[in-house]
Design a protein around this ligand. Structure first.
Ligand code: GUN
Length: 289
């Protein structure tokens, strides 16, 4: 019988821990953590993600600021705002929601963020620190997955892990974290140019699917007893849902779950952990000297 990895429940527990920490800071008259978010344009998914991040801050007692620009904002205006946030001592950490419109260089924007305030852990300095195992900010989704692995006591040492997808935000960093000392997994990253993806995935003890392709991972690709993390969050139109949309993962859950030992659902698996990881990074940013 498989077990559900309940990211929603774990995230709620961590949020309570963070809220308790904020209450303590408040009672001691210390600074309340402050996360700022920059949102450019009105991409539907980005709107939802940022609204959720603001709501999460509110729930744990953080201060939050939302800075919005139209889709045609210039790169210069955005870089000036980043410089301002870098120098604003009230802001502990901030994020620039991705993707950005095509006329703005995402790399330039990420590199403009002060690594000490890089709550997303996307700056090359923080990525570099992660690669060599130094403390720094870890991108939220990989951080959330590692927390789930720890809290569910999933054995990773010597296990074969296959990561599907090589994005800078999820696939690449999670593959690095799992192969590090302490996690000790043997990691294979597969991507759009990989031959025989199904064959490689079917050898995995741990599968991390992060490609954004609904039901890409089918039951025939999953070894009996494997642990499956589904990072996919494709929004599809769903008239039955209040919002008119529903989120679907990269895994054919219904057919894959019965053969697994553990699996994350979508929604309620990795997603809530991604959100809470940003709060953990912000708390960490606020506790720097
Ligand atoms: N777009 C999709 N995921 C993320 C994220 O974690 N952070 C930011 N800034 N943009 C994203």
């Amino acid at each position: 019988m498989y077990r559900i990895i309940d990211g929603k429940k774990v995230a709620a527990e961590i949020k309570q821990e963070i809220a308790a920490e904020v209450a303590k800071l408040r009672s001691e008259g210390k600074k309340i953590p402050h996360l700022a978010a920059i949102l450019v344009g009105n991409n539907g998914s980005s709107e939802t993600y940022v609204a959720n991040k603001v709501k999460d801050c509110h729930e744990v007692g953080f201060k939050s600021s939302l800075i919005r620009y139209g889709v045609d904002v210039s790169e210069t205006v955005l870089l000036d705002k980043i410089a301002e946030l870098n120098n604003d001592s009230d802001v502990d950490g901030f994020i620039v929601q991705l993707p950005l419109p095509g006329h703005i260089s995402e790399n330039k924007v990420i590199e403009a963020i002060d690594p000490k305030k890089d709550a997303d852990g996307f700056h090359p300095v923080n990525i570099g620190k992660m690669v060599i195992g130094l403390p720094g900010y870890i991108p939220a989704t990989p951080y959330g997955i590692v927390e789930l692995i720890k809290r569910y006591k999933i054995e990773t040492s010597g296990k074969k892990c296959v990561v599907i997808g090589r994005s800078n935000i999820v696939g690449r960093p999670v593959s690095i974290l799992l192969s590090q000392k302490g996690m000790d997994a043997t990691v294979t990253v597969v991507h759009s140019r990989t031959k025989n993806i199904g064959e490689l995935v079917s050898q995995a003890d741990i599968i991390i699917a992060a490609i954004g392709s609904p039901a890409f991972i089918t039951a025939d690709m999953v070894k009996e007893g494997a642990v499956v993390f589904d990072v996919g969050t494709t929004r599809i139109v769903s008239p039955e849902n209040k919002s008119g949309f529903k989120l679907v993962g990269d895994v054919d859950f219904e057919n894959v779950a019965p053969g697994c030992s553990y699996i994350t659902p979508v929604p309620g698996g990795v997603g809530p952990m991604t959100r809470v990881a940003l709060l953990l990074n912000t708390l960490n940013a606020a506790s720097r000297d």
